[in-house]
Design a protein around this ligand. Structure first.
Ligand SMILES: NC(=O)c1ccc[n+]([C@@H]2O[C@H](COP(=O)([O-])OP(=O)(O)OC[C@H]3O[C@@H](n4cnc5c(N)ncnc54)[C@H](OP(=O)(O)O)[C@@H]3O)[C@@H](O)[C@H]2O)c1
Length: 260
């Protein structure tokens, strides 16, 4: 029912969105639908892959030492936890797992913890890293086919063929699909998100910009150099204000390759 002229429409709660999101065919509340609707299904095939980066106004995701906790404030971090709550699996590169020792679970909002996946071609992450702690959630280490692994108890290992040290993001996603995961969050860092983007393996990219200017530090993306601006990809995107931060929801579906 539409509010009358004297009533003000109240925002729908996160738990309403989560309930609707998990029921196939259910309509999402209209205030959540623009941002979360595209995350239900990518459209290209049975997988949906969203990347995220939290960055400063000048495009940095960490200081020169790799410190990044936290670039985003409460609103950006809440959005990140919401992303975790709507996906089946969250993926980080080993650089992030080493630098941040993240837990990758859902703590700031209600919702299920996603499976935790680390791309660690040479199996160099310490077995006592928080990401491997046993809380009943599936944990997966992605290694290069020849890597020698000492696997922490309960951690599954997926072996992917490497070409010059690079694991094709499409192969990684297909292996995750075979494990039963359809909706995937590529949470960072810059190297990992850039590899997925370059390979046409992202449906969406959420860039959450915090009102910080660092003036030094690590860049959010690392892509092959271009000489002219017309070689740069201009992306279809929608901006959403998250209190004092800005979320850029980039639609990469046009360049997304078929995975399954
Ligand atoms: N602000 C944010 O949103 C955010 C989010 C996450 C992380 N961070 C920050 O970002 C920094 C880490 O980012 P990063 O770019 O250095 O590292 P990263 O992306 O976390 O990890 C990169 C490493 O993962 C492995 N890897 C990932 N994808 C691969 C593929 N397709 N094929 C082969 N290897 C692959 C490689 O490991 P090997 O080196 O073993 O070959 C690569 O060097 C940290 O400072 C962290 O704090 C910020």
């Amino acid at each position: 029912m539409k509010p009358t002229s004297t009533e003000v429409a109240q925002p729908t709660s996160w738990s309403n969105l989560l309930d609707a999101f998990s029921q196939e065919g259910a309509l999402l509340p209209s205030d959540w639908a623009p941002l979360f609707g595209p995350l239900r299904a990518g459209g290209r095939d049975a997988m949906m892959v969203v990347g995220q980066l939290g960055q400063t106004l000048d495009g940095r995701i960490a200081t020169i030492t790799g410190h990044s906790k936290y670039i985003n404030g409460p609103s950006g971090l809440t959005h990140l936890h919401r992303l975790r709550a709507v996906v089946d699996a969250v993926v980080v590169g080993v650089g992030t797992a080493v630098a941040d020792d993240p837990r990758l679970n859902v703590r700031l909002v209600s919702g299920k913890h996603p499976a935790r996946v680390v791309i660690d071609p040479h199996a160099r992450l310490k077995p006592d890293s928080l990401v491997w702690s046993d809380d009943g959630t599936r944990r997966i280490m992605i290694v290069a086919d020849q890597a020698k692994t000492i696997t922490p108890p309960g951690v599954e290992v997926l072996s992917i063929p490497a070409t010059n040290g690079h694991l094709a993001p499409a192969d990684i996603l297909r292996a995750l699909f075979a494990c039963g995961f359809k909706r995937i969050l590529i949470e960072g860092g810059a190297d990992t998100v850039s590899r997925f983007m370059l390979a046409g393996c992202l449906d969406r990219l959420h860039v959450i910009v915090a009102p910080i200017i660092m003036g030094s530090g690590r860049a959010g993306f690392s892509l092959p150099a271009i000489e002219h601006m017309d070689q740069a990809v201009r992306i279809k995107m929608h901006a959403h204000a998250l209190e004092d931060e800005m979320l850029f929801d980039c639609d990469l579906s046009a360049q997304r390759v078929k995975l399954v």
